[in-house]
Design a protein around this ligand. Structure first.
Ligand SMILES: Nc1ncnc2c1ncn2[C@@H]1O[C@H](COP(=O)(O)OP(=O)(O)OP(=O)(O)O)[C@@H](O)[C@H]1O
Length: 301
């Protein structure tokens, strides 16, 4: 595969007075899995559609190698694979008929039987689309996205609504695409998915990039140390002054302490509990995750 990075240069998109994408600059190197993460309404889908060449930016450019995507959308799109909403299919066609239909649109293309077997759709190839489960529909949508043997594959929340097993399967397919040298750009709400799948990611909110890098870089940059969790019933709250705690948060039954120095926070916690005559229950410590970074940057879960 060619070395064709995707580059967004100062891309802005407005809907009326609302700025959905705000002067966004970003590079996606080729051959990696890249994640766009952000809360609802952050501008992920709009950004993806601009990169795909389906929407024109008001300002700025998207380059795919030396191709300006907005100027030559047909050139880019012939080598891009876009996962459609599963609602875009003809309900009365079978899986195989659907793939044959999309197959007929392209000159460069992968054989339908190969796609059926790769996406584990053999048993369903003669079933009508209207009888497929959510997971099977997602796999069909991915098969359609791959039909033109794309160099870049775009997936908008590919695992939304899938059960954990179906999600795992999908992750394997996505990693297989990368192993073949394809670039995968996806949006997701699942931090766990991002942590497992992506090589690099951008966290966006209100159309702007809050930060960008590998998951490890983001965790190190924003979460230098550890997270201590105790049961909420212990009664630790923001009036308790514990050493090295940069942020405290209550989630369900748990109080979460983001700590810059684990030992200091733990010693402080134990001392406080002894002084106050409290019993510490549900104590765990863990490394910070991408989800913690997301919360730190966007302030939203
Ligand atoms: N066609 C449109 N017309 C007007 N406003 C739009 C349109 N599409 C999106 N928006 C607005 O632009 C903003 C960004 O939307 P977008 O769908 O890109 O976000 P998102 O990050 O994909 O959100 P979600 O995670 O909820 O899918 C939102 O405030 C949305 O309401």
């Amino acid at each position: 595969m060619q070395e064709n990075a995707l580059r967004l240069e100062n891309v802005t998109k407005r809907y009326g007075t609302m700025t959905a994408v705000d002067n966004l600059t970003l590079t996606v190197p080729s051959g990696i899995v890249f994640g766009l993460l952000g809360p609802n309404g952050a501008g992920k889908t709009t950004t993806l559609e601009i990169v795909e060449g389906l929407r024109r930016p008001d300002v700025g450019h998207v380059w795919w190698g030396d191709v300006d995507v907005a100027q030559r959308p047909e050139r880019a799109r012939s080598r891009f694979g876009v996962q459609l909403q599963t609602s875009a299919f003809f309900e009365l066609l079978t899986v195989r008929e659907t793939l044959e239909l999309f197959h007929s649109f392209y000159r460069r293309r992968l054989p339908v039987p190969e796609l059926i077997s790769r996406l584990d759709l053999e048993e369903k190839q003669n079933a009508r689309v209207d009888g497929l489960s959510g997971g099977q529909r997602q796999r069909l949508a991915l098969a359609v996205a791959l039909i033109n043997d794309p160099e870049v594959v775009f997936l908008d929340e590919p695992s939304a609504g899938l059960d954990p097993q179906a999600r795992r399967k999908l992750w394997e397919v996505i990693l297989g695409l990368k192993a073949e040298g394809r670039t995968v750009v996806l949006t997701t709400h699942y931090m766990e998915e991002a942590e497992f799948l992506v090589d690099r990611l951008a966290i966006i909110d209100r159309g702007r990039v809050l930060d960008e890098g590998t998951p490890r870089e983001l965790i190190q940059r924003h979460m230098p140390a550890a997270v201590v969790e105790v049961s909420r019933s212990v009664g630790v709250n923001s009036t308790v002054d514990l050493p090295a705690v940069r942020r405290m948060e209550e989630r369900d039954e748990v109080t979460m302490l983001v700590s810059d120095r684990l030992e200091d926070t733990l010693v402080g916690l134990v001392n406080w509990a002894q002084r106050e005559g409290r019993t510490i229950t549900g104590l765990t410590t863990r490394n910070a995750t991408l989800e913690d970074v997301f919360l730190e940057l966007t302030g939203r879960s």
